[in-house]
Design a protein around this ligand. Sequence first.
Ligand SMILES: Nc1nc2c(c(=O)[nH]1)N[C@H]1C(S)=C(S)[C@@H](COP(=O)(O)OP(=O)(O)OC[C@H]3O[C@@H](n4cnc5c(=O)[nH]c(N)nc54)[C@H](O)[C@@H]3O)O[C@H]1N2
Ligand SMILES: Nc1nc2c(c(=O)[nH]1)N[C@H]1C(S)=C(S)[C@@H](COP(=O)(O)OP(=O)(O)OC[C@H]3O[C@@H](n4cnc5c(=O)[nH]c(N)nc54)[C@H](O)[C@@H]3O)O[C@H]1N2
Ligand SMILES: [Mo]
Length: 716
Amino acid sequence: MTNSLNDIRHAKSMIFIGSNAAEAHPVAMQHILHAREVNNAPLIVVDPRFTKLAAKATDYVRIRPGTDAAFMMGLINVIIENGWQDKEFIRTRVAGFPEMAAVAKQYTPGAVEEITGIPAAETVRIAKLLADNRPTSLTWCMGGTQHHIGSSITRTFCILQLVLGNMGKSGGGTNIFRGHDNVQGATDMCVLSHSLPAYYGLKDGSWKHWCRVWDVDYEWIKSRFKAKKWMNSKGFTLSRWYEGVIQEDKIEQYTPIKALIQWGCGANSNSMFHKVRKAYDKLDLIVLIDPFPTMLAAAADKDNIYLLPSASQYETSGSVTSTSRQIQWRDKVVDPVHGSRDDYQIMEELVKRFGFADKFYKNIKKTPEDITLELGRGSLTIGYNGQTPERIKRQMANWHTFDIDTLQARGGPCDGEYFGLPWPCWTEKHPGTPILYDISKPVAKGGLPVRNRFGLEHTYSMSGRTENQLAAKGVANPGSQVMGGYPEFKDVVPGTNWKTDLSQKTIKVALSRGMAPFGNARARCVVWNFPDQVPIHREPLHSPRPDLIKKYPTYEDQPNQYRVFTRFKSEQNPELVKNYPYVLTTGRMVEHMGAGAETRSNKYLAELKPDMYAEINPRLANDLGIRDGEMVWIESPEGGRIKVRAKLTERVDNKTIFLPFHFAGFFMGTSLRENYPEGLVPYALGEPGNIVTNYGYDIITQIQATKDGLCRVNKA
Ligand SMILES: Nc1nc2c(c(=O)[nH]1)N[C@H]1C(S)=C(S)[C@@H](COP(=O)(O)OP(=O)(O)OC[C@H]3O[C@@H](n4cnc5c(=O)[nH]c(N)nc54)[C@H](O)[C@@H]3O)O[C@H]1N2
Ligand SMILES: Nc1nc2c(c(=O)[nH]1)N[C@H]1C(S)=C(S)[C@@H](COP(=O)(O)OP(=O)(O)OC[C@H]3O[C@@H](n4cnc5c(=O)[nH]c(N)nc54)[C@H](O)[C@@H]3O)O[C@H]1N2
Ligand SMILES: [Mo]
């Protein structure tokens, strides 16, 4: 998130794409509605469903799932054709604009209508609305990402904001509302398979950096791997770990996966869950660390599954990072109950038994405070070093001194600081950075240019043009010693740079010169190291439009993506729609959370939403002879089928079926109630929507394409 939830209060218009904030982020609604009511800001909602957020919109745009890139490129094209782009912003702070504009030209309003179903005049109208009401705050959520071109789609959102000059401005920005309360923190700590904490990557230099932080011998870490190659290569992703067990496709690994630990993860969040379940039977060992028995406990029909009851967030303390990059301290309310232990204690027991507790705790005491300090010492890339537990706790005690509009403390012990010390917070005196890329303020006061990450200049293969990648002359934060673009800081301490100098002298020198440690560059419209240098539309893998597959085909198959062969072209079968005629999309409801183990085990929430259902348009239901509340079978091309209640609603159009994914405890028509530990059966059980989600993964991230599959529907 470049800005913050609160900053949306300053928006002059808002566009929400693939986000249903009224259900998934209800607390943010106060800021959205503030901008809508007080600033009279248009609220544009782009979604295949008429959601609860759409009900608050001034402009609802119904879009065919998986086609947002075409719509965005269409808006960009109309903006450029009419000269509505922010020419000065583009001239000084954007790279690759002409190359991008040449691609956008192909997305005429007519072409956009053909792909997305959005009338041509509507694309022109929305483009003008955005041009007339700047800055726009742009939010996307999972409707934008969970596609095989999810990374391209999200890039089009950023490019739109660059073209309109809405970046680095209060009321503007790209504001991705994140998932769990600490999911930003979890991402920053990189519980992902392609990087070390704080986005350092997997190269030797990154390992050596963290070895220095942990004070652990690099050679020792290396010796823990079967071969060095594995240390430097991406691991399996959460979406496809099971393929390392079942080995149906070509896999890059030295031995099949034998054990599974699921730690705070509900099993039925995986797409094609019926295939995932097959892997359980092949594993030697399964461990579930969770306050509740998830679908894993019910679906793994084995004697060798261990359930370790973990304490909840109320029974432990520590730092958490919110969607707005704000760090807060969470206090323990009660000691762990029912014989559970908190995650730190469980980790400690594991580490002890593995025999490396001496190294794990070498420089830290086993307290959340010490852990926060250690991760701050190493996480220089994103400026996690200024947020000491002491500062965070002081803010918690002085909540009332912060202003709801600016997030800044007015007087009191935190005077001038921004709430949550949003990262980057470069030093223990830095107030935090509330808006990324904002060059209207000095860096030491929370301003920030764009990071120089991709060299000093680049020659585009698309055009042969060479462009300086640094910001133009005259463009820098107030007080900068260099008034214009500059590269990242290095060799202040010889042999180090701003992100590896653990003395943090480099950072301090940069700040003392009014400059950002990571340089002052341009934001890229062209990503030359991605398969699509400029984002384009590609039809969903399982497309309802065979005619468009020819025009906008998917990628070539990828032999090794995060260790797994990934089908693209060979999966995109234009005939599929004949047997699976409806688009299947999935998502959330306000009453349940994620895979649902927590909320379905809460009797009040379970009472509000006890049943799994499929949203079906009444017109389609009438054609299929299905009445409201009757049971239907939904079937996927991958052999998954679920029996659920039909919920007739005009929220969806007559070609689209929507499923919530929060239910579990049934499996393709059969109840697994008996499999739960005694006394711990959730109050609400139902079919997992993910049994019928389709094959498909994003080309860059491997996120599951759970929002644009195909299915068929029959009366049960
Ligand atoms: N109550 C509740 N709140 C939650 C969660 C929860 O489970 N329950 N989960 C949390 C988590 S982990 C996350 S990541 C967030 C997710 O928050 P959201 O992403 O807002 O939630 P979703 O319902 O998954 O998807 C949002 C919308 O995307 C639409 N959509 C589907 N396909 C497309 C498409 O191709 N294009 C467009 N433009 N829209 C599309 C869907 O119709 C849906 O309305 O919510 C968080 N908050
Ligand atoms: N079809 C479909 N599938 C999806 C999505 C979709 O939109 N459609 N969305 C995807 C997204 S964005 C996400 S984030 C995932 C979410 O998928 P999951 O992360 O699997 O879902 P949650 O139910 O939120 O899982 C959190 C688990 O952590 C446990 N837990 C809570 N507090 C603690 C704690 O302090 N310690 C420990 N150890 N455990 C704790 C909870 O009981 C719960 O079982 O689902 C993904 N899957
Ligand atoms: Mo999420």
